[in-house]
Design a protein around this ligand. Sequence first.
Ligand SMILES: [Zn+2]
Length: 211
Amino acid sequence: MSTYSDDTKTEIIHTRSMKNLVVFTVLFLATACATSPGGRKQLLLMPKGQMDSMGQQSFAQMKSQQRTIRSGPVFNWVTCTTNEILRAIGENPSRWEVQLFADDSPNAFALPGNKMGVHTGNTRLAGSTAELAAVIGHEIAHVKAEHGNERVSQNLLAQGGLVLANIAFGQSEQTDQLIMAGLGVGVLMPFSRAHEKEADLLGLDYLVRAG
Ligand SMILES: [Zn+2]
C-alpha cells in the first residue's frame, strides 16, 4: 500500500529535483568564480572547450561570408606582428589564427578558441607597427582573459530566471533555445567598458614584453 497518492509523490519528487537544481546552481556559481589576469573577479560558467568551439564556429562562418586576404605585404605585416607578440608572452603562434578581412571599417575582433580578425580598414589607419601591435595586443588580451566566457556567463545569468522557469515546467526545447541564443549573442557581442580597459592594460604589458 502506498503512503502517498500519485500526485503527492510526483510533487515531492518535483520539489526535490528543484531543490537539487538550486543547490547545484549555487555550488556551480561558487566554483565558477575566477580571477582575471587583470585581477578582477570574473564569473566563468562555460567550459573552456565549449567556448572555444563556439568561437571557432563563429569564425568559420565569418570567413565564409567575408573575403579574407591571405598573402601580400599587409597580410605578412599582420601575421608577423601577431606572431611576435604571441611568442613574447609564451604562446605558440601555431595554436592561434589571425585573419585579415577585406573590410573598410577600422575594426579588429577576437573570439574564444584563439581566433582574431583584423580589418583592412584598421591596417590602413595604423601608421606604424607599434600602432598595429597595440590593436593586436588588445585583441589577444580579450582571448587570454576569457572575456567571451564572462560575457556569455553574464548573459546566461540574466536569462537564469527564464531558464529555471522553463526547466521547472519541463519545457526543455525552449530552454535549449534560450541558452543557445544567450551563447550565440554573448560570443559576438561587444565587450563591456571593464573588459576594454583590462584588454588595454594587458595589451600594453604584452607590447612591453615584445619590445
Ligand atoms: Zn576590445
